[in-house]
Each structure stands twice: as C-alpha cells, then as structure tokens.
Design a protein around this ligand. Sequence first.
Ligand code: G16
Length: 551
Amino acid sequence: MTQFEKVFRNSALHPKPVGLVLQYGTAGFRTNAKELDHIMFRMGLLAVLRSKKTKATIGVMVTASHNPEEDNGVKLVDPMGEMVTPSWEEYSMQLANAEQDVLLTALKDVIEKEAISMDQDANIFIGKDTRPSSEKLSQAVSDGVMSLGGHVHDYGVVTTPQLHFMVRCQNTQGCYGSPTMEGYYRKLSQAFVQLTKHVRQSTFHQWVHRLTSSKHLLVDGANGVGALRLRDMERFLQNQLQISLFNDCREGKLNFQCGADYVKVQQKPPQGVEMSVGERCCSFDGDADRIVYYYKDSDGCFHLQDGDKIATLIGTFLKDMLTQAGLDLQVAVVQTAYANGSSTRYLEDVLKVSWCTTGVKHLHHAAQEFDIGVYFEANGHGTVLFSNAAVHKIEKLAQDSSIKNEKKRTAAQLLHSTINVINQAVGDAISDMLLVEGVLAVQGLSVQQWDAIYSDLPNRQRKIKVADRRVITTTDAERRVVTPPGLQEAVDMLVKKYPQSRAFVRPSGTEDIIRVYAEADTQENTDALAQEVCLAVYRLAGGVGEEPKPL
Ligand code: G16
C-alpha cells in the first residue's frame, strides 16, 4: 500500500463532518473538542510535511489553553520552538477544511507548492494538556503522523512551553538544553539558583530582601498541567523558592473561576487560594504559557500585576544590568493594544516600545528585531528574546575573569543567568515565574514596591456574542475597526465622552466572541464606556441573545 493509500484509508477513521469549516485562529484551531478529531489527524499530516520541508523536528501540542474544559485545540511548533510560520497557516486551513474525498488532492497540492521531498525523514514531538478529550485527540495526531510515515515521540501530559522547549533543544542538537523533562527542570532551576546566589552575596540586598520580601510564593495552577509539572520541578529548586500550590488538579475544574485568564479579566483573586495581606501570588493558565501576579493590601484591595507590569520589571532590570555591565545593547518592549496606557507612558520614557497585533506569533517575530526583545501581552503571555550577538557578548563578559570591577562582573553574571532561566522558545509561566522571583530577590523588591512602579489606568474587558464574528475586521494592530460600517465612528464618539479614555473592539481568535477593551480615568467611567461600546457592537455587528447589561 502506498503512503497516500494509507492516508486515505486511515483518514476515514477520523472523518470530517461534511460542511464543517474551521478557521486557524490566534493560536491554532480551537473549538469544542467534539469537532476536532479530523483536525488532529490532519495536523499530524501537516506536521509531517513541515518536518520534511524544514528537515527538522516539529511539535504538535493538543490544548485549548485558557478555554473551558469542554474545548480543545492544537498548536503547531516550528523548529526553533516558535509558533508555526504564518505562511503555513493557509495550508493548515486547506487540509483542515478539505472534504473527505479531496483530502489527498489538498495534501498533494501542499507537497507540490512547497516542493517537498517525500523521501525525507519526519520527526514529530507530541504533547497534551490535562483535558479529558486530550488523550484521544493526541492519538488522532499520532495516527496522522504515522499514516504519512513520520516518527512520533509522545511526551504525554506536558505544558505547552515544555513541548516548545523540547523541539528547540532537539533542533539545536542540545545547544539549547537536553530535550527531556529532566533537562528542562535542570536548566531552568540551575539558572534560577545562580541568579538568586547573588542575593546571598550582597549583604545590603540580603538585609533589604529580608525586610521586604520572602521566598514564599502562592501559585494558582488553574487545575491544569502547569500545577502537575510545577510539582515535579520543586525538588530541583534547592529551597530557593517555597511554593504553596493551589488549584492543583486534585479537585475543581480546569480554568473554572481560577487561572490567569480569569484573574486578569475578572480582576479578582481565583477561587481556592488562601491569600494573606501582602503575600505574593501568581496564576498560570490551563497550559501554563501565561502568568499574572497579584496581592491583597491591608484594606483588602486586590492589586494585579499583569503582563505589562512583568514586562516593565524585566525590561528595566535588563537595562540596569546592561548599564552596570557597560554593554551597549538595545532593549525593547513589544506590546499590543491591550497594554495599559500607563504602562506604555512609563516604558516610553525608559525603553524603546514597539506595537503589534494580538497573538504571541506576532509578538515573537517583532521582538526578534532587537538585541533584547521583551514581549508580553497584558494577559501574561510573554518572554524575552536575546539575539545571538547579545548572547555572545554577555557570555564573553560573564566569563572574563580579568574584570576587577565587582559591580560590572556581578551584572554580567546576572545577565548570563537571566538568559538561561528564560524559555526563549515561547512564553512560559514556570520560566517567567522564576525570572520574576529572581529579579525581585536580586533587586530586593517587595510585590508592593514592584506594583508602585506605575499605576494602571482603570480598565475593563468584556465579551459579546454575535451571529458571525467575522463581520468585524480591524486594522492598525487591531486598534481600529474597518467593518461593519459605522462601528469605529461609534467607538470614536463614545471615547470622546470620557477623560484619558481609549477603547477598541476585535474578534477573538480563540473563542467564538467579540472582545471589547476600555480604559479611562476612573473605574466608573471605564465601566460606562465599556458598556456603551458593548451596546454599539451588539447593535451594529449582529449581537445575539440578550442586550449587554452594565456589570
Ligand atoms: C492565545 C494566544 C495569545 C492570545 C490569546 C487570546 O493564548 O497565544 O497570544 O492573547 O490566545 O487570543 P484572542 O484574544 O484572539 O482570543 P492561549 O494562552 O489561550 O493559548
């Protein structure tokens, strides 16, 4: 039987519902798990073609991240651990939406257009999250891979960033690390221990650190894979961090009233976490590629340190260290429309700030333009990218034993450990957590002092259901609506009513909804603006169900 005959035969075991058309969204295909079996089989096929084309290992992660438990999805990972290149998103839709009888034609079309040699080997790494549907769906990916003669290495239940890390390690022949779970835990924790070693070395910092901070951190695992894998990592951390883990999969539903998305959108603590006044807490999302921090003050007020605050902490730390080390490297922060206006104003004074469309796939590429590119979405998704030249300069300086100036030597070593604690393949909640913890410890900053760097403008995110979210199209990094006619004009009029205000509307690429973002001088004005924009969307873009009501 030829490979194509095998694909044809096996694809019948993963049949596509006739007429079903799915879009490749912000982070791959994502919808109710019941609609995804054929997508998974076909993404297995596509991963084989991508692997043959790039002559490298490709990753396939089965997860719907922050979405509810009944959803699922798939993310494809390119050779350096980044999201699959946008030019292949088109092929993924071509395969995903081909009716059963033309699947082979669609497959052969990709092979021909990309001039793929089918004699080339194909290696695919597969991972999955903890959703009940993930087991069967990841089996469908394997079936697709094997039908087209690819080799599968199944990592089982891993975080999304762990799978990205494995792919990058494999394709750099171990230069980035070892493509094993132990390799991941060892690399990150050793770098973290190195980073925090400098706290112990400095008497002043030790004193400040004792007064203002502690090694204790409360973590909300969102009842997802991040909780399981963080437990595995704890023993590697040599007591440099004491973690109290909540929502750790023992009871409670994935992402339900917990996790990074819930905390960010609702602006309140997750259920199930026992927070004391001033204690540092953080939440992961369902596949542990996002993190947000928060604490409760003595008046019981909740304070959120989202991706913007994380980018500010890390960006300014890196800049300080580069200045102390005497290294001339440019640090830039990449933001999206969701970045709080206050964060942008603060950052523009100290660093270069650049803008792009929502989705880590866009931010990652934008960050690659700089010596050091810090990218974080406000929702807590992000990482730091170092160019090869920057890594080389930092490594050389950190290993230079002739440097007499202790401040300069320490700064170079801190920068070096910082590079290794970061998962440069993709945003990673565990790695970002270690980075934030390391930076706070080294700088002797408490969570309150970090929070006080700047004050967020009050902001609100809402979701509106419409009949077809594709009616809304946008431009200018999704900050302005193009269609339907009249909607942008309506938003502009509403924004004029409130001081320091801003609002935008965009279709989600992961959920079947429209997202509305608003910020203004007071929470009352912000909520009023968000409500009016929601009504405009509902009326002009085909809202369904009841009219949006004030919160
Ligand atoms: C994914 C993307 C993120 C994006 C988020 C929400 O995150 O990787 O870059 O911010 O979806 O996207 P949208 O607003 O289009 O729904 P995750 O953590 O859900 O995979």
